[in-house]
Design a protein around this ligand. Structure first.
Ligand SMILES: CC(=O)N[C@H]1[C@@H](OP(=O)(O)OP(=O)(O)OC[C@H]2O[C@@H](n3ccc(=O)[nH]c3=O)[C@H](O)[C@@H]2O)O[C@H](CO)[C@@H](O)[C@@H]1O
Ligand SMILES: C=C(OP(=O)(O)O)C(=O)O
Length: 419
């Protein structure tokens, strides 16, 4: 298993190019299942989760060109199978996003239940309930969601009990091929939902209101082919900005979208960063220890849970005490014991991490437990005194494209070591 060896203490300085967003690329690639003609997607990040997604499409009989320079052509006409097996789904929760498009296009889908993961139980009841509202008959048997519909799905009024990102995406995609109008209320408003809606509209769907809490979809007969470029990764951007501030550096993120990062930029400003931004770039500069911040995670446009761990690392070296409350996932603080191994003074009280910043973290062997926890350990390693060995970095490879190369270009001393 690969590890990172990080020798801390180097300021990050320079430009970094942000990749396409994992959380937009995965729904878009899986939504191609609903189309009937070839679709070309660009700005696709080279991530382990993207490889898993392409493998899942292949399992369904859908051919693709392979990724060249971030571009892949998918040929959904060759769809043959309607089963998404456990072997693939268990490695990537986003696989559940195949359920809606597969059912809408073929009238049948068997998708392994994704199960929980390190950050929480993560049920998919809202995906199932929404599809039932659209006329699907669904049973859960032997670990599989077995769904079918006689004829086509029917447009429906769907009120989501909880705001769910992939829940909204699954139902929105399914509704593009339903008979009549679907209205999703209490929809998630994440930018990746807008990106998916824009993609589907490029293929002939009729979706309005994405990015608000009410999305209206008028079903169409079929989705044709087309080309689309995935939006930039706002969480990768936020991660590099936090790393820039933590190392008291001067980092410019290029090919990004500053408009998607309001809550994160607000907190970086409170932490003492100097921030400048243009149409597709953000520059962060810092020349002193960060100030502590208080954060409550919540659905967009509030502070994203996917940036919580990185800000925990920042608070651990801040000039004072701060707290971070996690309200989305019940177990998303697995990085705290690892940060403590590096000398952080941070306690958990229920769903709140309370930290007293220390002047210096010290290098240690630490272990990744999930994607963003891994990012926080890398940030801590970049500022710690001595060497940090970050183990189980397959978690980070799920969602960050060549993070060690990008960090090295900014002046970090980080090496991937195989074992
Ligand atoms: C691939 C992708 O886009 N992943 C993102 C997506 O995950 P994901 O879409 O899985 O997260 P959700 O928005 O669905 O989860 C939000 C909350 O709703 C609950 N819930 C969800 C669905 C359901 O049927 N029932 C239910 O109770 C979850 O347990 C959680 O407490 O949004 C999360 C919240 O912003 C992010 O952290 C993930 O990075
Ligand atoms: C939790 C995340 O991803 P996923 O939903 O794919 O597990 C994430 O991107 O931080």
């Amino acid at each position: 298993m690969d590890k990172f060896h990080i020798n801390g203490g180097h300021r990050l300085v320079g430009d970094v190019t942000i990749s396409g967003a994992k959380n937009a690329a995965l729904p878009i690639l899986l939504a191609t299942v609903a189309a009937s003609e070839p679709v070309t997607i660009s700005n696709v990040p080279q991530l382990h989760d993207v490889k898993t997604t392409l493998k899942l499409l292949q399992t369904l009989g859908i051919e693709h060109s392979g990724i060249t320079q971030g571009q892949v052509t998918i040929s959904p006409a060759s769809l043959q199978q309607t089963i998404a097996p456990y072997e693939l789904v268990k490695t990537m929760r986003a696989s559940i996003l195949v359920l809606g498009p597969l059912l809408a296009r073929t009238g049948k889908a068997e998708v392994s239940l994704p199960g929980g993961c390190a950050i929480g139980a993560r049920p998919v009841n809202l995906h199932i309930e929404g599809l039932r509202r659209m006329g699907a008959q669904i049973t859960v048997e032997n670990g599989y969601i077995k769904a079918q519909v006689d004829g086509r799905l029917q447009g429906a009024q769907i009120l989501m009990d909880t705001v769910s990102v992939t829940g909204t995406e699954n139902l929105m995609t399914a509704a593009t091929l339903a008979d009549g109008k679907t209205v999703i209320e209490n929809a998630a408003r994440e930018p990746e939902i807008i990106d998916l809606a824009n993609f589907l509209n490029t293929l002939g769907a009729d979706i309005k209101g994405a990015g608000t809490d009410t999305i209206t979809i008028n079903g169409v007969e079929r989705l044709h082919g087309g080309s689309y470029s995935v939006m930039p990764d706002r969480i990768e951007t936020g991660t590099f900005l936090v790393a820039g501030l933590a190392t008291q550096g001067d980092v410019t993120c290029r090919n990004t979208d500053p408009d998607c990062l309001d809550a994160v930029l607000k907190k970086l400003g409170e932490a003492g960063a100097h921030i400048e931004k243009g149409e597709d770039w953000i520059r962060i500069r810092a020349d002193k220890r960060p100030q502590p911040v208080n954060i409550i995670t919540a659905p967009h446009p509030a502070f994203p849970t996917d940036m919580q761990a990185q800000f925990c690392a920042l608070n651990c070296i801040a000039d004072g005490s701060g707290w971070i409350r996690e309200t989305i996932f019940e177990n998303r603080f697995m990085h705290i014991p690892e940060l403590r191994r590096m000398g952080a003074q941070v306690e958990l009280e229920g769903n709140t991490a309370i930290s007293k910043g220390v002047l210096e973290l010290t290098g240690a062997e630490v272990m990744c437990t999930d994607l963003r926890a891994s990012a926080s350990l890398v940030i801590a390693g970049l500022v710690a005194k001595g060497q940090t060995v970050v183990e189980r970095i397959y978690h980070i490879d799920r969602g960050y494209e060549s993070i060690e190369n990008k960090l090295r270009q900014l002046g970090a001393d980080i090496e991937r070591v195989g074992s």
